[in-house]
Design a protein around this ligand. Structure first.
Ligand code: HEC
Ligand code: HEC
Length: 211
């Protein structure tokens, strides 16, 4: 009888060791797989928390309505200039694609990089306003209005959660932190903005109460 029991125990031990080895290998392979495509395929996880969300949006709002961002997100069809967000001199128009009209194209004056010196045009290869059919206005929006607008695909350029998160590293967004000589930076670092932006979105993208 003793002998009969021993065999299954031994077999069990062997099988366990085998399973463990396979498990470790599978885990190693899996984590390697994850490492290689962590950015491309990771879907954002939403964990709703209205208090954390609204708190984060209040920070986001101070950046969006700062001159560096709002000057390209005006309520009219003429961009704004300067730390006081006055109307752009010579009144270049938005145009259908946001890139200006006829002879007044943004890229005539705005080069791919900042032009050195004070009161010279900031540069970016993609410098333009949002298009006429999707103006993405930040100027004059209350926190509640702006929060609702930002996550509405019909108003945000058809962006889903993933695209919205990625937009934190968009070239024009980054240009706000490289504004050219004599211009104030947004009220917090890009890293702090990105953190608040992602926190707002992944805690449910709640809009602050009020109008
Ligand atoms: C005729 C030249 C010219 C054209 C065309 C032009 N700009 Fe400008 N832009 C400038 C200059 C010069 C400045 C800097 C003014 C200053 O700092 O006093 C400027 C500044 C700006 C600013 C302010 C940047 C900031 O951070 O405050 C924005 C926004 C802007 N332009 C957007 C546009 C857009 C969008 C277009 C096209 C629809 C455009 N501009 C067309 C010359 C031009
Ligand atoms: C040179 C003009 C320009 C500047 C400066 C600029 N933007 Fe934009 N922004 C655009 C354009 C054009 C679009 C539309 C392109 C798109 O949706 O991909 C856009 C789209 C956006 C969107 C997506 C709209 C939505 O409703 O979700 C966000 C968010 C945004 N910008 C934030 C910012 C922030 C933050 C800053 C400042 C740090 C900034 N922008 C500075 C031109 C600008």
């Amino acid at each position: 009888m003793k002998h009969q029991i021993k065999i299954p125990v031994k077999a069990f031990a062997v099988v366990s060791v085998l399973l463990m080895t396979v498990g470790i290998m599978a885990f190693a392979l899996h984590s390697d797989d994850k490492k290689s495509k962590v950015h491309a395929s990771m879907l954002p996880v939403v964990k709703k928390d209205s208090i954390a969300s609204v708190k984060a949006f209040k920070q986001v709002y101070t950046v969006l309505t700062s001159a560096r961002c709002m000057n390209c997100h005006p309520s009219g069809n003429i961009p704004l200039q300067g730390d006081d967000s006055h109307l752009h001199t010579m009144s270049p128009q938005r145009g259908i694609d946001g890139k200006g009209v006829y002879a007044m194209k943004c890229s005539n004056c705005h080069q791919p990089t900042n032009t050195p010196g004070l009161h010279t045009p900031p540069g970016n290869p993609n410098w333009h306003l949002p298009p006429a059919n999707m103006k993405m206005v930040f100027q004059g929006r209350t926190p509640r209005q702006l929060a609702e607008q930002l996550i509405d695909p019909k108003q945000n350029g058809h962006k889903d959660l993933k695209k919205l998160i990625e937009h934190a590293d968009d070239g024009l967004v980054l240009s706000g932190w490289n504004p050219g000589e004599g211009r104030k930076l947004p009220p917090m670092s890009h890293a702090a903005f990105k953190k608040a932006w992602i926190t707002w979105l992944t805690t449910g993208a709640y809009a602050p109460k009020g109008k």
